[in-house]
Write a protein that binds this ligand. Structure first.
Ligand code: FAD
Length: 402
């Protein structure tokens, strides 16, 4: 296939690729732009993310924003300067006509809470700008040509050439039907540094007693402080049949001992005084319910998971409320985690996210070895890198690849 204009091939159609192609399509440079995606439609993982409320970014101060990402701080501060959370919100609101709102937790959500309207509007906008989408095309190999272009092979049998290639193949999480994930094998053939994916932002296994699960499965442990050797974080957790989910665990979770403060707004002394003040002849459990306002999951935890001896001992009971022990076993599998650790090592890239060994090929998004907490940082990281790489690809077109 020959192209009269420079042909930029984007592989993958998640937020990283969509933002990169949007910036390229919106530039004054005339280009042929094709998005190749192995699935039947675009941005599959955004639909998954939207199933629990699409949290697109975070209101954290820009100076703290870059610190949320692993990987070179200089990259993140440069990239976020180029495309900040504010730019992303403006893009969603103005260019895609998707209203957003700021939740109490400092997270921005799209008003519809789902990805469908956003993705539909984005695809339409891109098609109107001349971007071509090629679904059911899974990249299986790529090789350099003598004229400096790349020859791309797809599982569908398609072969095409491109002047620049932006790989945006996503991380290792939530691909239950692909074990092992196929794209790393394609890239490993090129002798690149790759760290195997492992779960990040994942729930953890905890062995619960049956009685506790009967009462608390699916219930929130609201406003608790989760602590372990890595630190402490306040937030909501959800009890599940296999263990526990929620931002504090996603952020700090690791196998080993952990503790919950079930009443973080009160000191131990205040908890004791609330439990002792009433003159009624009530059990400690009833007092905890009546005078501490503990939610049903926290009460069930005390009732079923605490040692019997605590329930007769005011001091031990109060200390348990402030420091309830948990034993985190292992994270949920990669196929269920929100994101992943690992991916293409930063050593593979120059400052523009171009592969040092593969001139003209770039990578963006979660396929690179970076991670960030939940709270909108992941999608923001993907779109920020998409916008960043588009600038460098445009610049590179003025300087032919070696
Ligand atoms: C359950 C869940 C909830 C989440 N919730 C949130 C949230 O609320 N907020 C947030 O910020 N983040 C959230 N995320 C994370 C977020 O979805 C990702 O960080 C983001 O989608 C990464 O974007 P990406 O473009 O790098 O990759 P992806 O969105 O993963 O896109 C990669 C694309 O490449 C395609 N592809 C892969 N290999 C090939 C190939 N060989 N050829 C062609 N195409 C290929 C894939 O099919 C996919 O469409 C959530 C994730 C999950 C799983």
């Amino acid at each position: 296939m020959t192209f009269t204009l420079p042909h930029i091939a984007l592989i993958g159609s998640g937020p990283a690729a969509l933002m990169a192609v949007d910036r390229l399509a919106s530039s004054s440079r005339k280009l042929t732009l094709t998005v190749f995606e192995k699935r039947a439609g675009p941005a599959w993982k955004l639909f998954v993310a939207g199933s629990s409320g699409l949290n697109v970014t975070n209101s954290a101060d820009l100076s703290q924003f870059a610190q949320q990402y692993s990987g070179p701080p200089s990259h993140w501060s440069a990239a976020l300067k180029m495309f900040s959370p504010e730019d992303w919100i403006r893009f969603l609101e103005t260019d895609l006509d998707q209203k957003t709102f700021l939740g109490t937790s400092g997270r921005y959500f799209v008003e519809t809470m789902h990805a469908a309207k956003l993705v539909r509007a984005w695809k339409k906008r891109l098609e109107e700008k001349g971007v071509r989408f090629a679904f059911h095309h899974e990249l299986t190999g790529f090789n350099p040509l003598e004229n400096g272009q790349w020859s791309l092979d797809f599982a569908s049998g398609l072969n095409t050439n491109a002047d620049r290639v932006i790989l945006a193949l996503g991380g290792g999480s939530y691909e239950p039907k692909e074990t092992p994930l196929r794209w790393p094998l394609v890239l490993q053939e090129k002798d690149l540094e790759f760290t195997e994916f492992s779960p990040a932002n994942a729930g953890f296994h905890i062995v619960w007693k049956d009685g506790f699960l009967k009462e608390a499965d699916g219930l929130p442990l609201k406003n608790v402080v989760f602590s372990n050797a890595k630190g402490s974080r306040k937030g909501d957790l959800i009890v599940t049949s296999y263990g526990i989910e929620g931002t504090p665990v996603y952020t700090l979770g690791e196998p080993g001992p952990a503790w919950l403060d079930l009443k973080p707004d009160l000191t131990l002394t205040q908890v004791i005084s609330r439990l002792t003040a009433p003159r009624e002849n009530l059990s400690l459990m009833r007092r905890a319910q009546k005078y501490l306002g503990l939610n049903p999951a926290a009460l069930a935890l005390l009732f079923h998971m605490a040692p019997q001896s605590w329930k007769m001992d005011l001091q031990a009971f109060a200390e348990g409320i402030k420091h309830f022990p948990l034993d985190l076993e292992s994270p949920r599998p990669l196929s269920e985690s929100i994101s992943s650790r690992g991916g293409l090592s930063w050593n593979n890239f120059d400052e523009d996210l171009q592969f040092k060994k593969l001139a003209g090929i770039y990578a963006v998004g979660e396929m690179i070895d970076w991670e960030a907490p939940t709270g909108g940082y992941l999608i923001q990281g993907a779109v920020t890198q998409g916008a960043f790489v588009a600038v460098h690809v445009l610049n590179s077109l003025n300087e032919p690849c070696q």
